[in-house]
Design a protein around this ligand. Structure first.
Ligand SMILES: [Fe+2]
Length: 328
């Protein structure tokens, strides 16, 4: 859709010129088929997730919808693609392998960044057999370790963007879909936001659970969301992208640098059995304007009648975050 077109003229701060860069945001594809599931795999919390999938989720999350989304995405050719979690239903090793086989059909790891969601960590499972399979699509540019404990937050610099990924995915008791970053990840996020802000990059925080209260119900919340919002208020960030709600969501976090847009998308595979759940994805174009940096969001959604994705809305935001200052 767009090409990275960096101006020769650097910004007065010496920061990277934005010009124009387009990020596609999709989420919650829940693409695994659960075709040959072993009953022995369900002798834990996974039985509740499996029954939920048998009951309605398999009717809602349709591979043909996801295929149409990818067709649309490939026609429009965004500069980079992010998927904010819930690739699977139950986080089984077989499902994670299935996702790993699907990922190259989206893009190469250089152009695709993913994070896990709560469904990808349904119960405790060996990292190497599950999420670790997706490491090329999640790892920091400067990854010094592939170990689970030090993996997130991850930083990938693409064009003018600093893509900062955190993992809110963790196993929870039955009937809960909460998330948590934890103190260690939060401290690293604090430092990373400070460092990338000082470089005047456009910081994009990728998180599965929406960080603020009220966007999803109590049993689906981010349990340390208040602490996450506190770090965001202190350090600033330009854009927050999330999934989890399976609905369109537009919220704001007020920081000392201005208001930060917090944007959620519905599932990438939703056929829309319930209102507001039909599949959409967003094209987020960041560009320079005489008034400063601007974010244009184009909503592309599944049109069941036409059996294709079509434009369903646009919105423009002025981004805060220029000339970030502060001290550790
Ligand atoms: Fe989900």
């Amino acid at each position: 859709m767009t090409q990275v077109k960096h101006n020769d003229t650097a910004r007065s701060s010496g920061a990277p010129a934005v010009s124009e860069y387009t990020l596609a945001h999709l989420s919650d594809p829940h693409l695994s088929s659960l075709a040959d599931i072993n009953p022995g795999d369900l002798l834990n919390k996974r039985i509740t997730g499996y029954l939920s999938w048998r009951g309605h989720r398999r009717e809602e999350h349709r591979p043909e919808v996801l295929r149409l989304l990818l067709q649309d995405l490939h026609l429009l050719q965004p500069d980079h693609i992010v998927i904010t979690g819930d690739m699977t239903h139950l986080g089984l090793p077989e499902e994670c392998r299935e996702v790993n086989e699907w990922l190259p059909s989206v893009a190469v790891p250089e152009r695709l960044t993913i994070i896990p969601g709560n469904h990808d960590t349904y119960v405790t499972a060996p990292w190497e057999e599950t999420l670790g399979l997706w490491a090329p699509y999640m790892a920091s540019d400067q990854a010094h370790t592939q170990s689970q404990s030090a993996f997130f937050p991850a930083l990938r610099v693409r064009g003018p963007l600093a893509l900062i990924s955190v993992s809110s995915a963790c196993p929870t008791p039955p009937f809960f879909a909460t998330g948590r970053l934890g103190k260690v990840q939060l401290a690293s996020l604090d430092q990373l936001l400070f460092e990338t802000g000082a470089q005047d990059l456009v910081r994009v925080l990728l998180i599965h659970h929406p960080p603020m209260r009220g966007v999803v119900g109590w049993r689906k919340r981010l349990t340390d969301g208040d602490a996450v919002c506190e770090v965001i208020r202190k350090r600033g960030v330009e854009i927050i992208l999330h999934g989890h709600s399976h609905r369109s969501a537009m919220n704001w976090i007020d920081t000392r640098y201005g208001s930060v847009p917090v944007i959620g998308v519905p599932s990438a595979s939703g056929i829309g059995l319930k209102p507001g759940r039909r599949a959409q994805y967003h094209l987020c174009r960041v560009s320079d304007s005489p008034q400063g940096r601007v974010l244009d969001v184009t909503v592309r959604g599944y049109d069941a009648g036409q059996e294709k994705f079509v434009i369903q809305g646009t919105q423009q935001f002025r981004l805060p975050g220029d000339n970030v200052t502060g001290s550790l």
